[in-house]
Design a protein around this ligand. Structure first.
Ligand code: CUA
Length: 337
C-alpha cells in the first residue's frame, strides 16, 4: 500500500504534476485567508507576550529566591498569602485579554461571512461524498469532480461563492491558502467565498474525519485567468466527445454496471452516484487527487483493474474485467477530454 502511494508520488513528479502537499496558511492568496492569517498572528503575539511575561517571572523568582550559601536548610522561607491586589490583578487581566481576543475574532469572522458578494460572482456547489468532491456550476450546467476551476483577477475582484453540501457524513472543506475550514453537513447548506489573486493550482483537504479514506479526499483548485476560465467553461459545457474509432470501447463501457453510478453526458450512462466522467481527461488526477490522470491512461488502467488496491475501502469495486475489455474501455475513456 505504501509502495503504491510512493509510486504514485514519483509518477506525479515525472508527469510534471504539482505534488499534493499541505498548503501553508501563512502564505494566504485570497481575502478570507489573509484576514485569518492576520488574526492568527495577533493571537500568536498576545500569547507570545503572555508566555514571555509568565516564564520571565518564574525564572526571576527561581533565581531571586534560590537557597543561598550559609542559609539554614531547615528554615522555612517567609510565607506570604492573602494579597487582594495581586489576586484581583491576575483575575482581571486574563479576563480582559480573553474578551479582547473574542471580540477581535468575532469581528473578523463577521467581516468574512457577511461580506456582500460582488455582482459578478461564479457560483459553485460543492458536495462532499465518501471520499471525493462533486463540483457543480449551476449557472452553466456543469458537473465535475475533485478539481475546482475558478477565475481570478489580480485585484481579487473575481470572487467565487461556494455552497457546501454533503451526500453522506460530515466533511470539512479546507483550502488553507484561500480560506478557513467550513463543514459540509448533511441536510444543511453552508457557504463560503474565495477571491484568489494569482493563477495557479492550490491544494486543499477534507479536514473532518469522515471514514477510511478521509486522508485521501484531496482537493485542488485551479485558478485560471478570465480567458482560460471561459475556455474551460466552454469545453465543460459540451457533451462528451463522440469518436467512432473507440465505439467498441464505448459499447464495452455502456455494457458494464459503470453506468449505474457514473454519468457521461449524451450517453446512456446516467448515474449520479459517482464522479461525472463527461470530461474525465480534462482533470489532472484520479481517485480524488491520489494518482495522476496521465494522458496514456496508464493509471486509469490500474484504477479500473482494482480500485481497492489504490484506494482501499472506496465505493468502486473491482469488476474483474477482461484485459481486452479493460483496454477498450480505457481507450474510450481517454477520448473524454
Ligand atoms: Cu471527507 Cu474527511
Amino acid at each position: 500500500m505504501l509502495g503504491t502511494a510512493v509510486f504514485a508520488l514519483l509518477q506525479a513528479q515525472l508527469t510534471g504534476l504539482p505534488e499534493h502537499r499541505i498548503a501553508d496558511i501563512m502564505k494566504p492568496l485570497a481575502s478570507p485567508a489573509e484576514a485569518e492569517k492576520n488574526i492568527a498572528l495577533f493571537s500568536f503575539a498576545i500569547t507570545g507576550v503572555i508566555f514571555v511575561v509568565v516564564a520571565g517571572l518564574i525564572a526571576f523568582t527561581l533565581w531571586k529566591f534560590r537557597r543561598k550559601h550559609g542559609e539554614d536548610e531547615l528554615q522555612e522561607p517567609a510565607q506570604v498569602y492573602g494579597s487582594n491586589q495581586i489576586e484581583v490583578a491576575w483575575t482581571i487581566i486574563p479576563v480582559l485579554i480573553v474578551f479582547i481576543m473574542i471580540g477581535v475574532t468575532a469581528r473578523v469572522i463577521a467581516g468574512v461571512e457577511n461580506a456582500s458578494p460582488p455582482q459578478d460572482v461564479t457560483k459553485i456547489t460543492i458536495i462532499g461524498h465518501q471520499w471525493w468532491w462533486e463540483v457543480k456550476y449551476p449557472d452553466y450546467d456543469i458537473v465535475t469532480a475533485n478539481e475546482i476551476h475558478v477565475p481570478t483577477l489580480p485585484d481579487g475582484k473575481a470572487a467565487s461563492y461556494l455552497r457546501l453540501e454533503s451526500a453522506d457524513v460530515i466533511h470539512s472543506f479546507w483550502l488553507p491558502q484561500l480560506s478557513g475550514k467550513t463543514d459540509l453537513i448533511p441536510n444543511r447548506d453552508n457557504f463560503m467565498w474565495i477571491n484568489p489573486k494569482e493563477p495557479g493550482v492550490y491544494f486543499g483537504n477534507c479536514a473532518e474525519y469522515c471514514g477510511t479514506q478521509h486522508a485521501n479526499m484531496l482537493l485542488r483548485v485551479v485558478v485560471d485567468s478570465p480567458e482560460d476560465f471561459d475556455k474551460w467553461l466552454a469545453n465543460q459545457q459540451k457533451p462528451a466527445v463522440e469518436d467512432a474509432a473507440v465505439k467498441d470501447g464505448k459499447a464495452a463501457f455502456l455494457a458494464q454496471s459503470c453506468v449505474n453510478c457514473h454519468r457521461v453526458r449524451g450517453t446512456a450512462a446516467r448515474g449520479n452516484y459517482a464522479p461525472d466522467l463527461t470530461h474525465l481527461m480534462s482533470r489532472q488526477t484520479l481517485a480524488s487527487g491520489m494518482i495522476p490522470n496521465d494522458p496514456d491512461g496508464k493509471q486509469l488502467r490500474e484504477w479500473l483493474a482494482n480500485p481497492q488496491a489504490i484506494k482501499p475501502g472506496c465505493l468502486m469495486p473491482a469488476f474483474g474485467l477482461s484485459t481486452r475489455d479493460r483496454d477498450r474501455m480505457v481507450d474510450y475513456l481517454r477520448t473524454l477530454r
